[in-house]
Each structure stands twice: as C-alpha cells, then as structure tokens.
Design a protein around this ligand. Structure first.
Ligand SMILES: C[S@@+](CC[C@H](N)C(=O)[O-])C[C@H]1O[C@@H](n2cnc3c(N)ncnc32)[C@H](O)[C@@H]1O
Length: 400
C-alpha cells in the first residue's frame, strides 16, 4: 500500500501534468469551480505555519500592488502582448525606463503571487490572474476597494475594541467614520469623491461578471409582461447605471411595457450623460428610496444589492415606501444573497463584513430575510437561487 507521502507525491505529479496539458482551458464552468475549490482547500490544509503567518501578515500588500500593475499598464501590456521581457515591458508601460530595477522587482513579486507567469529568466507571460486584473471588474474594483473600503477595514479592530465587540448595527456609528475620519455617510462621501464615484459605478456594473443572473431563473416576460406599452413592468430601484435594465431589454427584446431606472440624482446624471451601450428606451428618474415610491402599480419593483447596504430599520423604510405604491399584481423582486447556515462561500462572507464595516449592514440568511420582511409587512412567495459562488437569490415578496 502506498504511503501518504508517496500518494501526495503522485498527486503532485498528476496536478503538474494536468496544469501543463492545457486541459484547463476547456473545462466547463462547473468542473472548473469544483477543481478550484478543492485546490483551495488543499492549499490551505497543506500550508506550513510560517507560510500562513507571512501570507496573512503581508496580505495588505496585494491590493496596492495590484493597483500599481493596473495603473502602470503592466498587466494590460502583458495581456495584449501575451509575453514580454522586462525591458519591453518598461518601454511599453508608464513606468519610467530608469526605474527598470523597480519593474524587475514588481515582476518578481507578481510572478511569486501567481499574478503573471515567468516561463524563462527574463520573460513574463500573461495568465488568468493578469487578465482578471485588466477586466472591467479588476479595473474598477481594485482602485475602488483600495480608496474606499480599505481605510474602513483598517479601522475595524479599533472600532470593535472600543465597542467591546458588539455587533455593528448603527449606520451613523460604524468603522467607516473612524477609518475615513469623516462624518459623511459612505454614499455621501463617495458623491464628494468623483474618481471613487466613477469606480463605484463601474464596479456595480461588473461585480458579478461571469456569473448567472436572476433572468436565468425567472422567465420575466411570462411572469411580468404588461398589458400595453404604457404599463410599467420593471422599476430598478437604486439601479446605478441601469445595467440590469439593459440586461432585461436584451433578454426580452419584445417585452411589452416600460422599464424605469431610479437612483440618486448624481447617478442618474451619469447614467444619462454617459449611457451604457443598450440604454436606449430605458426611462430614468431621480428618486431617494427613503421617500414614497412615485411609480404606482408597477409589475416588478426590483432591488439588487440595496438592502444589504442598510440595517433592518432602514430596510423597513425602503420596503414600506414600495409597498404603498403596489397594486395586487405588483411584486417586489429582491436580488440578494441568502446565506446558508453552514459553509457560506468566501465571496459572500467577505461582502457581509464589508457591509458591516461600511454601513452597519449585512448579508442575510433565510431566517434574517423572513424576519425582516415580516417586520415590513411582506411575505415571501418564492426564492430562486441562481449562483453557488455568492449564494445569490431572487426573492419574490408581496404585502402580507
Ligand atoms: C450597492 S449599489 C447597487 C447598485 C445596483 N442595484 C446593482 O446591483 O448593481 C447601491 C445603489 O444604491 C444607490 N443609492 C444609495 N442611496 C440611495 C438613496 N437614498 N436613494 C436611491 N438610491 C440610492 C447607490 O447610488 C447605488 O447605485
């Protein structure tokens, strides 16, 4: 019988053979995800104590260095060229050629963290991580998180120490304010920082790229089509630049009825002055969701990642404002995570703590949703889960 060490050695050979075979490129998404999760588990389970400590201790370096790779165009050039030497990279990026040594040191770091490959001594190659960094999500999320979320994350330990580790529930008193040394609520602060507002909007458009969406599990046209072109069928409340409205139009080009995007005035201005491709035919309206809903009797009032930004008492205000605009055929569609009681995915748990830190808000479990909607006088008709990566669901709610 093979010893565990021999088995591990055989497994290592098998993994290396598989990696160099090129088979990864033709995996279907489900198989790729299963393999990635198993490899992640294996990686963590086999990590030596010293490696764990050093990895975690220096983890704050990764995000700033990712931003440097994006801002210097290093990742972009490598993605375009596929392979390049450090001299070529220095000449093609915004890094001053006299900083060649600096580029070499950056490349060495990126290679060691798997952000690029190094097939030969002085040759660097794009890989899947490099491409992710220059995707829409990478370009928006990297600067947005570093400039907006990280100062709040850094304040979390001190904030919790001061509050004796009480759950963060007060949106006017959460680590956000301590981290940014501000008295402005996060959305108000972002409004005053136009560069971050730009990244925030792009990040909202791209944050779920590559994943299924709610329209993959709901036949919207069948369930919600209007009787005539005048009927409002979809109000995307806090819908940012209208990417979900566009996706709906694209999925159901012959859908009868009006589609309306609502958000804060500054956001609606951006959505209309620099519209995303496919925005034609979508109506816009500046609306503060803490005020009564001005569109009465729409078929679907849609909220994606809105309620996770607010503690329960604020969510109740948002929901009650919608409820009073609903007629018997109206539905509220809540597009949010429903956290499982066990084994929540890492993409979900980090967002939960980000919501807590910046807004005193949360991602919610089924029990949390039942309790919140009950307090708002609503009941759940149905819940459809549509991603495993983040446990995204569409919750259909009606007045009780
Ligand atoms: C987390 S983002 C979600 C955006 C979009 N629903 C999505 O899923 O991509 C929250 C959105 O709420 C908007 N928002 C924040 N406060 C608002 C308010 N009081 N009234 C209307 N929209 C608001 C923000 O501008 C932003 O677009």
């Amino acid at each position: 019988m093979a010893s565990p060490s021999n088995e591990a050695s055989a497994l290592t050979d098998k993994i290396n053979t598989f990696l160099s075979s090129g088979a990864l490129g033709s995996l279907d998404p489900g198989a790729r995800r299963k393999l990635s999760e198993a490899a992640r588990k294996l990686n963590l389970a086999t990590e030596a104590i010293g490696d764990t400590v050093h990895r975690i201790v220096h983890s704050p370096l990764q995000l700033p260095l990712a931003l440097i790779g994006v801002e210097t165009r290093l990742f972009e050039v490598l993605t375009e060229e596929k392979e390049a030497t450090n001299a070529e990279l220095a000449s093609m990026t915004s890094v001053d050629p006299v900083l060649m040594m600096c580029i070499e040191r950056l490349l060495r770091y990126y290679q060691s963290f798997g952000m690029i490959d190094q097939p030969a001594d002085n040759l660097y190659r794009v890989n899947n991580i490099t491409s992710a960094m220059v995707s829409h999500g990478g370009r928006a999320g990297v600067p947005f998180d570093l400039g907006t979320l990280v100062p709040a994350f850094n304040a979390l330990p001190e904030f919790l120490r001061r509050t004796n580790y009480a759950n963060v529930t007060d949106g006017a008193n959460c680590p956000w304010y301590l981290g940014h040394q501000t008295d402005k609520q996060a959305f108000e602060w972002v409004k005053e920082h136009p560069d971050m507002m730009g990244h925030f909007m792009s990040w909202m458009v791209s944050q779920r790229d590559g994943l299924p969406m709610f329209l993959d599990v709901i036949d919207f046209e069948k369930e919600f089509a209007g009787q005539d072109a005048n009927e409002v069928v979809f109000v995307d409340i806090g819908g940012a630049l209208g990417h979900q409205c566009i996706a709906l139009r694209k999925k159901h080009p012959n859908l009868t009825g009006r589609i309306i995007l609502q958000d804060m005035e500054e956001v609606i201005q951006q959505a209309t002055t620099r519209p995303l491709p496919g925005f034609e035919g979508i109506e816009t309206q500046s609306h503060d969701f803490f005020m009564p809903q001005p569109v009465k009797g729409a078929r679907a009032y849609y909220l994606r990642n809105i309620l996770h930004d607010w503690p329960d008492h604020k969510c109740i205000q948002i929901l009650e404002n919608i409820k009073s605009a609903m007629t018997k055929d109206s539905r509220i569609l809540i597009d949010e995570m429903v956290l499982p009681e066990r084994g929540a995915p890492w993409r979900a748990t980090q967002l939960d703590l980000a919501m807590s830190t910046c807004f005193a808000a949360m991602e919610r479990s089924r029990a949390d949703w039942d309790s919140l909607l009950d307090k708002a006088g609503l009941s759940i008709l149905k819940v459809w889960k549509y991603t495993d990566e983040v446990d995204d669901c569409i919750i259909v709610a009606v007045p009780s």
